[in-house]
Design a protein around this ligand. Structure first.
Ligand code: NOJ
Ligand code: CA
Length: 699
């Protein structure tokens, strides 16, 4: 039902600098929980506000743009017409947390003109949030060169926020939890993660997806959806008014965004829920994206994989083959050079991983450091480092792919671009061609370091186009993509489901991250799409296999198992070394059993920064799986009412053993088996930085 009521803005206008003058158009969500108001202020600036369950969620906030010629598209508008409609569908994602997704909203489009150009603003109001975007019809405006988008999100109070600093080049940060008024102090403390490429723009700048909690008892999350041909949006807080303003990512070109009309912008998204778990469950970001662009998606599949990877990250072996330094590697004949003897991607070692992966039912084996160039890459900012096609002499690409195929697994390709985008674009077709030739069907790409050409940024319009172009070109060759250091996802995997993963946040490669991190990711980074987090570390003291390493993973084994359930991804890695799994095959059984594609998901309980509990049903059987992670030690009773009624299950519980702790006793786990049904309640203990993982096998 659509409410066609007209109402006046009833708020303190000075809070957001908005002086309402016109009657407001009101639009309610299908179930009525969310209400949007739209109007023009006295200067003819478009403004909106949002209420959730009768509480003000977004105070009146302005909309518009500033252009590179100094003019603005943010006032002097009149409403030419309005159109309202309702939409409801159920769609089936190619892979996902649920087999079907409901997409129901009411929409309002305001057709505006300021005498110079026409601009439409389209709002969609869902029961769990709001999406809106701008549209510039082809009204002779031609190209619009945007200096800044002037979208505001005026906060209703000094909310609690889980945030990472605004940055043009990286999302690899630990999350901060502060009130909005506390963002500046933390940002100015300069206490930031070191990263080879990092550029912040304002002491009150933050990234999306931004998780928020109100003292009035609701949760809100600000993000964007369907980010294409436009720069990524950050947010900058104006402190006196507690108003976030959009802050687009600049690139090399003078403007931040170049809009070729007719064209719409990405959706600005406000997720809302009265429970934290509502934010985990909402599909609004995917719903705001277009249906899949591919006619045939049969070649896209979930992937459970291992990799010649953690041993390099941990420092046991190396990506490089020689100790050559600072030479033009394009001219090096590696077969004549002396190897340093610690190259991870050598034939024997890769076969060892293939054997273990095949014996334990994995689909693929990632191999990093297979190709020439690794002597010369990190921080060098060179245009040409990698050609993506020439293997090191001790990596027999043909024989190894053949060997893998014979064992029913595939190798996964790795393209580290070292941020040199021109080089990658020039070589992409040949690189994908090589993959087709040897039977690779998935590539992990990466963009470490400053983007070249110099001055380009990781999240600019050009780079946003680059990442999607690489995905579309991969689809032409039936290749799936998992891009690291690319722009954070915005639900584009609905349209381009061969984008099976991104990193775009701090993952396992940050070996000693806080145990709080994994309790926040599902509320933030994962709202845009799956993350290649690379869980499954079993050996927490890296010094036991890397001489001299003092690093320790701050997680228990049960916590690492639980991540396969709490951090959804169709692409899941078992990141640790085969020998570490072989030593604990009973615990490894969970990684072997856990699916990577689900028919149903529920989130029984969660609080960002504290704990997350998830339960999911396998898409290909009647089995259920549950997982929980917690930053602090807690007792938690898991209510199994999510199980199918009238069935009994053999439950295998992977638990923190008494005395387990992420710092002092991380590898202490115990496994229990019992028969349960949907009436069972399981009292469980979770250690600090711990968790539980449970498989429920339908009997
Ligand atoms: C950073 C990626 O996140 C990591 O997974 C990869 O191993 C290195 N880059 C090298 O490409
Ligand atoms: Ca990374």
């Amino acid at each position: 039902m659509i409410f066609r009521t007209k109402t006046f803005f009833a708020f303190l206008p000075m809070l957001a600098g908005v002086v309402p003058f016109a009657e407001a158009e009101t639009l309610r969500s299908p179930g009525g929980d969310v209400e949007l108001c739209f109007t023009l202020d006295s200067g003819g600036r478009p403004c909106y506000s949002v209420d959730f369950q009768g509480k003000r969620a977004i105070l009146p906030s302005g909309l518009g743009f500033r252009l590179t010629d100094g003019s603005t598209i943010a006032g002097g508008f009149r409403i030419d017409s309005l159109s309202r409609s309702s939409f409801s569908e159920t769609w089936r994602p190619v892979w996902g947390e649920n087999e079907t997704i409901e997409n129901s909203y009411n929409s309002l489009t305001a057709f505006l003109s300021d005498g110079r150009l026409r601009m439409d603003i389209e709002f969609r109001v869902y029961d769990d949030g709001v999406g809106f975007r701008y549209f510039f019809p082809d009204s002779g405006a031609g190209r619009i060169a945007v200096a800044e988008e002037l979208t505001e999100f005026a906060m209703p109070s000094d909310m609690i926020a889980w945030w990472i600093p605004g940055d043009y080049d990286t999302q690899e940060y630990e999350y901060n939890r502060t009130r909005l008024s506390g963002i500046r102090a933390v940002n100015e403390s300069g206490d930031k993660m070191g990263n080879v490429s990092q550029r912040s723009f304002s002491p009150t700048g933050v990234q999306t997806s931004l998780m928020l909690k109100s003292d009035e008892g609701f949760y809100m999350n600000l993000h964007e959806a369907a980010l294409t041909d436009y720069p990524a949006m950050h947010l900058e807080l104006d402190e006196p008014s507690l108003t976030f303003r959009s802050w687009l990512t600049p690139g090399l070109a003078g403007e931040k965004a170049l809009i070729e009309t007719p064209r719409h912008t990405p959706w600005r998204v406000i997720m809302l829920g009265d429970k934290a778990t509502d934010i985990l469950a909402t599909d609004i970001v995917y719903n705001l994206n277009e249906p899949t662009a591919y006619e045939d998606t049969s070649w896209i599949h979930p992937v459970k994989y291992m990799g010649v990877w953690w041993e390099m990250i941990a420092g046991k072996s190396r990506w490089s083959y020689t100790d050559l330094d600072n030479v033009d590697l394009a001219t090096v004949d590696y077969s004549r050079e002396k190897p340093h003897g610690n190259h991870g991607a050598n034939n024997a070692n890769v076969r060892r991983y293939i054997d273990f992966a095949a014996e334990n039912g994995f689909d693929e084996v990632l191999v990093e450091g297979w190709n020439i160039g690794w002597e010369d890459w990190l921080g060098r900012e060179k245009d040409f480092v990698f050609d993506f096609v020439t293997p090191y002499p001790d990596f027999d690409i043909e024989a190894l792919n053949e060997y893998a195929r014979g064992k029913g697994v595939k190798l996964m390709m790795h393209h580290e671009t070292s941020g040199s985008v021109d080089n990658y674009e020039a070589r992409l077709d040949t690189a994908y061609g090589l993959m087709n030739r040897y039977g690779y069907d998935a590539v992990k790409s990466g963009y470490v370091g400053n983007i070249l050409p110099k001055g380009e940024t990781h999240y600019s319009q050009r780079m946003v186009n680059h990442y999607l172009d690489a995905v579309k070109k991969a689809a032409d060759r039936r290749i799936m993509v998992n891009a690291h250091e690319a722009v954070r996802p915005t639900g584009l995997a609905r349209t381009y489901p061969n984008l099976v993963g991104n990193e775009s946040a701090m993952g396992t490669e940050y070996r000693q991250m806080s145990p709080r991190h994994v309790t926040i990711l599902p509320f933030t980074r994962l709202k845009g799409g799956p993350m290649d987090f690379t869980p499954g570390i079993f050996c927490m003291d890296l010094g036991t296999f890397v001489p001299g390493s003092k690093e320790r993973k701050r997680a228990t084994i049960a916590n690492q198992l639980a991540l396969y359930v709490t951090l959804y991804s169709p692409l899941q890695m078992a990141a640790d070394l085969p020998e570490h799994y072989a030593a604990k095959m009973d615990a490894f059984q969970f990684i072997k059993d856990v699916p990577v594609d689900w028919s149903r998901t529920i989130y029984p309980d969660a609080e960002p920064g504290e704990f997350v509990v998830a339960a999911r049903k396998d898409r290909n059987s009647d089995d259920w799986f549950a997982g929980a992670v917690s930053a602090e030690a807690i007792d938690y009773t898991l209510d199994l009412s999510f199980l199918d009624p009238g069935r009994s299950y053999t439950a295998r519980l992977y638990l923190d053993a008494p005395g387990a702790d992420c710092d002092t006793n991380p590898e202490a786990y115990e496994i229990k088996e019992m028969t349960v049904d949907s009436g069972t309640r399981l009292p469980l203990h979770i250690a600090r930085g711990g968790g539980f993982a449970i498989s429920f096998h339908a009997r």
